[in-house]
Design a protein around this ligand. Structure first.
Ligand code: GUN
Ligand code: FE
Length: 424
């Protein structure tokens, strides 16, 4: 019974219900990579298993980052002076273009992978670049590090510079197919492909149609951007005059939820019809408040989405976002929701920190399966947080300690488990 089993002892915090933290002291038992159970005292059937005492650290579910660009990490924290479309042309495409060089890709993705490993994130949905070999390199590195991830080779065949384009739908499809076949062959344990048409302005209808067919043929999910910026939305209208809304530019090719599991980043300005389509298709919303501030996109109605039962998690959206640290993104989510309440919509109360923590763990985790809670049957994705740096003469509740990690930083990740494997 106790083969392949071990336990962590400590103070565990998770959110089985939206908006309420659950705090328990005791033993979390892992068996065959999943949570076997939580116990105040270790039951007889587990006597003799290895127990690691986490002391007075906070033990939380690994966080899921639903949206980030690994290839933009090199300029993270700079290039903050432009809005989205100019930002892409001036900073993003020149940098992403460099990943055509395998040596550049290897060196820069090593730094990204190392830094991501030291955050509270255990699973992530990641954009790479249009380059097949560089994307495979990133997947190899993440897999070697033990991270859980969906990684996308981007699709782009219009409105991009000549040096950073797949040029035609035929060429783009051939490369994407080659990539998907290489992924199948590689059989990475926890790193999987996700189709990634960058956003509608970058992808012709003919190419989007082929991507839809690949999604069905290979049974892979998709990720993209939706309704982030007003100029972007106007541009999509002009490019796709025969569609009712931005969501339909993906949905008409089978790329918007339902059988094709989908993450849409941002969703700041979605009309009611897009909301309806997201709800019906179970589309995951990646709420990226740090990015939305930095590229002056706006404030998404995240509190409403969360409370109305949409699938929603947090995204760091590096390098629109300035940090990989989802604790910091939680603080930003709360802060911008207050601005939205003050300036935009008095009908929706601001997010609480417990709600932000839910999005970072259980909410985003749902995209990856049974992830983000300390419940039997859930993946044993666990992060041990030493917040000693935030200690002072006062006594803080576990909830306050999480709040301080979000606002002050100071959370050192001292151990990290994915599927019960210790990766840090
Ligand atoms: N829309 C299309 N590409 C991007 C990107 O790289 N970042 C963000 N924030 N939005 C995008
Ligand atoms: Fe993005």
């Amino acid at each position: 019974m106790s083969d392949n089993a071990f336990a962590l002892k400590g103070l565990f915090v998770d959110t089985p219900e939206i908006g309420a933290l659950r705090t328990r002291e005791g033993y979390l038992v892992c068996k065959d990579g999943v949570v076997a159970g939580f116990y105040d005292t270790l039951p007889d059937c587990f006597s003799g298993i290895e127990v690691t005492d986490c002391g007075d650290a906070l033990v939380i579910p690994g966080m899921s980052d639903l949206h980030l660009h690994a290839s933009q990490y090199s300029y993270c924290g700079t290039a903050m002076d432009l809005e989205l479309l100019d930002w892409l042309d001036n900073y993003t495409y020149p940098e992403e273009g460099r990943y055509a060089d395998p040596a550049h890709a290897k060196a820069y993705y090593e730094i990204f992978t190392r830094d991501l490993l030291h955050t509270a994130t255990t699973r992530a949905a990641i954009f790479a670049t249009i380059h097949t070999d560089a994307t495979l390199e990133l997947m190899r590195q993440l897999s070697k590090a033990g991270m859980g991830a969906y990684v996308g080779k981007l699709n782009m065949d219009r409105n991009c510079p000549d040096y950073y384009s797949e040029h035609t739908p035929e060429n783009g499809e051939a490369e994407t197919r080659r990539w998907l076949e290489c992924c199948r062959e590689a059989g990475f344990a926890r790193v999987h492909p996700i189709l990634t048409p960058r956003f509608t302005p970058s992808v012709t209808d003919a190419y989007m149609e082929r991507i839809g067919k690949l999604a069905a043929e290979f049974g892979v999910p998709m990720q993209s951007h939706l309704s982030e910026n007003r100029s972007e939305i106007e541009w999509v209208k002009a490019l796709c005059p025969d569609t009712e809304n931005y969501a339909e530019t993906y949905a008409r090719f089978g790329l918007f939820g339902g059988d094709c599991r989908t993450i849409m980043a941002h969703c700041i300005y979605c009309p009611e019809e897009e909301d309806r389509m997201m709800k019906e298709g179970g589309v995951f919303i990646a709420h990226c408040p740090t990015s939305n501030e930095n590229v002056i996109a706006g404030i998404a109605p995240a509190a409403r989405y969360l409370r109305q039962g949409y699938e929603i998690g947090l995204g760091s959206d590096v390098a629109g976002g300035h940090t990989l640290d989802l604790f910091a993104v939680m603080a930003s989510a709360v802060q911008v929701s207050k601005l939205r309440w003050r300036y935009v919509d008095q009908s929706e109360k601001p997010l609480t920190m417990a709600e932000a923590f839910y999005m970072a763990t259980a909410g985003g985790g749902r995209f990856f399966g049974k992830v983000g809670l300390f419940e039997p049957g859930y993946r044993f994705d666990v992060v041990v947080v030493d917040d000693g740096k935030n200690r002072n003469l006062r006594t803080f509740t576990p909830g306050e300690r999480i709040e301080r990690c979000a606002y002050l930083g100071g959370a050192a990740i001292t151990a990290k488990y994915v599927d019960g494997c210790r990766i840090l």
